[in-house]
Design a protein around this ligand. Structure first.
Ligand code: FAD
Length: 706
């Protein structure tokens, strides 16, 4: 490029210069037509590949030298090849850097390009207001395929090439480059360029009409919104609708509050609290007290769990929601058509309701592995254990927990602390496989310290029983092993509820979950899905987050729609010590090829942790190299879930570690660990050259030059 400008290339490639040298060029072409064509082609490729100014003049020259047909052929290929080379240069020099630096913000663009990249490029190529070289360079930063880029460029640029080459054939009459494109021509190109996008939108509209073609839409609706399922997702959807004065009906077949209140978060955390005290009593010596084996009635512990559910229940009750303006109907809902729901009422009889919008918040149920003999030997899942164990006088003596995810780990540790002999069986090589390896190691260590026998890399094969004992048979390092149990808890994941309420009959697309678009719309745009039934995350707070989008899009979508934002999703596993995470883990960053640095602060250096004799754990922050932007945080330790909130806020609001470091944290709190992790990052980025100068400055201030 430098050589081009030093050699005055930019002055040569002008209309005046071309006109004055045309006779010489013609002479050369007549003497050596093939050589001149070849050299012209190569120069054209070089000019476009290096994004040098002058492509327009060279296109005119092509017309003047080679005529319309041959000029178009030469230039069409040369410009497409040159553009693709420029595109590749941009891709190999800048793509990774741009994606790692702006990855989060580019995600929607990347998705759009993956879906509609060819259409966008075609439009950009045809509408002449977008500079040719800029399109090449910018497209290189996106995930569009090189072959797509090439052929769409060639086809898209053809019309413009013909116009310029044709103008070149009448070069003598041309005074300015701007004369080539009249306003009419510009508008025609713009219309031509927008045509494919408009066509695509029209196809979308036609498809939508076809989806509804088999159904007759009611003239009017009884209500604005019907919500099926009163778990976290359904409750929040109904709440928002009532708050904005929509007429909304919430249908629930089971208990208000869904899984979280009745079988999930609430009972498990209540149990974990009792188990924690039992453990604290056993290890009281650690705090200078006498350790004592806790004496307790397991039945009363389980009673407390149910008392806690009862204490939270009013928040989710039908009475409360009725007062808020929601019509609550108890019964089993089934979709009849895209606007009609039939409810088999719990009290008997049926009711048919219609609404313009329906939100499916039907949740998930615990999966049960398909093991031979499991039905005969019996098992519980998180859906059933709270009732079944409530009748037990003692904690199960021998308990097998199948599964090493968050639910399996929480239950294994809690029951071990409450006196069960727990064997936890995990097929993968480590527990909490979503987290980083160091986190899994700490979790495994914590489970072992609580008395859990953890078998990783171990596959459950079948259940067996003899006269008085039931066994889980596993394959442990290639050997079969019988694990005797009194109770077997299956905690191998939760599957979305997809059958029995009309999804199949309507033809709503599903694959493990109900498939939705970014607005949470299902196959039928007026039917939305949220929470565990929609995925991709199975958390109460995500169900509530999605509920806002579904309710707002469902009620106000014709005015404005919002794409659900999954960028900053925190999660906590409530084992002791807690494991909390937001954004990327090291594993994820490595898998996605995102460059990162780690700043880690160990809790054994935190004064508060020392005063509590609870020093296991760390705060680990991932940032892009040398940049103050948080990619992800993992905290292991006491109150990790609460500590994480500061980073969740920082990530959501785009605050970096400097801001956390500059914020006063009360002493001595656990939250100081966040600040110290930020301090680790700062130390690693202290400008060494400046420190060298500062040392000299201080020596000078002391006098004597030392
Ligand atoms: C043991 C355990 C611990 C957990 N701990 C946590 C935690 O600590 N933090 C966290 O964020 N998440 C936790 N979760 C996950 C959390 O419980 C779920 O993500 C959350 O409950 C999902 O809410 P939802 O509204 O999608 O579905 P649900 O809460 O499952 O609600 C769905 C409701 O729909 C009803 N329903 C279904 N079909 C119909 C129909 N056809 N007609 C009428 N009603 C219908 C069901 O009866 C149910 O009440 C835990 C889960 C478990 C199992």
């Amino acid at each position: 490029m430098t050589a081009f400008f030093l050699a005055d290339g930019h002055r040569l490639l002008t209309l005046d210069s071309l006109k004055s040298s045309l006779d010489t060029f013609h002479q050369l072409r007549d003497e050596q037509p093939q050589l001149v064509s070849g050299i012209f082609f190569l120069i054209y490729v070089a000019v476009t590949a290096l994004s040098l100014p002058g492509a327009a003049v060279m296109t005119l020259a092509g017309g003047a030298l080679f005529g319309l047909l041959w000029g178009v052929v030469l230039i069409s290929f040369a410009s497409s090849i040159g553009a693709t080379l420029a595109f590749l240069v941009s891709r190999y020099l800048l793509h990774d850097w741009v994606q790692s630096r702006f990855g989060g913000r580019l995600a929607p663009i990347n998705r759009g390009i993956e879906r509609d990249g060819a259409f966008y490029l075609f439009t950009l190529r045809l509408v002449p207001v977008f500079p040719f070289f800029l399109i090449n360079l910018l497209m290189g930063l996106t995930p569009i395929r090189t072959s797509t880029f090439y052929w769409v460029s060639q086809v898209g640029m053809l019309a413009g090439t013909v116009v310029y080459v044709n103008a070149g054939t009448h070069l003598g009459q041309l005074e300015r480059l701007a004369d080539i494109l009249s306003l009419d021509l510009l508008i025609s190109f713009a219309i031509l360029g927008l045509f494919p996008l408009l066509a695509r939108k029209t196809v979308g509209l036609v498809q939508r009409r076809r989806i509804y073609a088999n159904w007759s839409k009611p003239e009017s609706f009884d209500r604005n919104l019907i919500v099926i399922g009163a778990g976290a997702g359904g409750l929040v959807s109904a709440y928002i609708a009532a708050a904005v004065r929509a007429r909304v009906t919430l249908i629930e077949t089971g208990r208000m509050g869904g899984d979280c209140l009745n079988y999930g978060c609430v009972p498990s955390k209540a149990l974990i609290r009792s188990a924690r005290l039992a453990e604290d009593m056993r290890s009281a010596e650690r705090l200078g007290l006498e350790s004592a084996e806790p004496k307790f009635s397991f039945k009363r512990v389980m009673q407390r769990v149910h008392d806690v559910i009862a204490a939270v229940e009013p928040h989710d009750s039908s009475e409360r929601y009725t007062k808020l303006g929601v019509e609550v109907v108890k019964g089993y809902a089934r979709l009849i058509d895209p606007w009609t729901v039939e409810v088999a009422l719990n009290e008997g009889g049926t009711r048919r309701l219609t609404a313009r919008t329906i939100i499916l918040a039907t949740g998930a149920r615990a999966s049960v592995p398909n093991l031979p003999g499991i039905e005969q030997s019996g098992y519980v899942t998180s859906d059933t254990l709270w009732q079944r164990f409530a009748e037990l006088e003692e904690a199960p003596e021998r308990l097998v927990v199948l599964g090493g995810g968050p639910v399996g780990c929480e239950l294994a540790q809690a029951f071990a602390r409450l006196g069960s002999k727990v064997t936890q069986v995990q097929r993968g090589v480590r527990v909490l496989p979503r987290e980083d390896v160091d986190v899994s190691a700490l979790a495994a260590d914590a489970l072992a310290r609580s008395g859990v026998e953890l078998l990783t890399g171990c596959t459950a094969l079948r259940c067996e029983a003899d006269e008085d004992t039931r066994y889980l048979v596993v394959s442990d390092n290639g050997f079969e092993r019988q694990i005797p149990f009194d109770q077997l808890i299956c905690a191998v994941g939760r599957s979305a509820r997809l059958s029995g309420y009309g999804l199949e009959e309507l033809g709503i697309d599903t694959h493990k979950t109900i498939l939705t678009n970014g607005f949470l719309q299902t196959t039928f745009p007026n039917i939305y899905a949220v929470g565990d039934v929609a995925g991709p995350y199975q958390f109460t707070h995500v169900a509530a987050h999605q509920a806002w989008y579904a309710a707002v899009n469902g009620l106000f979508g014709s005015l404005k729609r919002f794409t659900v934002d999954y960028r900053v999703i925190p999660r906590t596993t409530f084992i002791d010590p807690e494991v909390a995470c937001v954004g990327m883990t090291e594993r994820e960053a490595t898998e996605k090829g995102v460059l990162y640095e780690v700043s880690c602060f160990q809790l054994d250096e935190l004064d508060r942790a020392l005063t509590e004799s609870a020093t296991a754990g760390f705060v680990k922050v991932l940032t892009p190299p040398s940049r103050d932007r948080i990619l992800g945080v993992t905290i292991v330790g006491e109150h990790a879930g609460d500590l994480l909130a500061e980073f969740v806020l920082a990530m959501k609001q785009g605050l970096g570690l400097n801001k956390i470091l500059g914020t006063i944290h009360a002493y001595p709190t656990w939250a100081e660990a966040n600040k110290y992790a930020a301090g680790e990052w700062k130390k690693a980025h202290a400008p060494q050259w400046l420190l060298g100068w500062l040392e000299r400055y201080h020596a000078w201030r002391r006098g004597g030059g030392r």
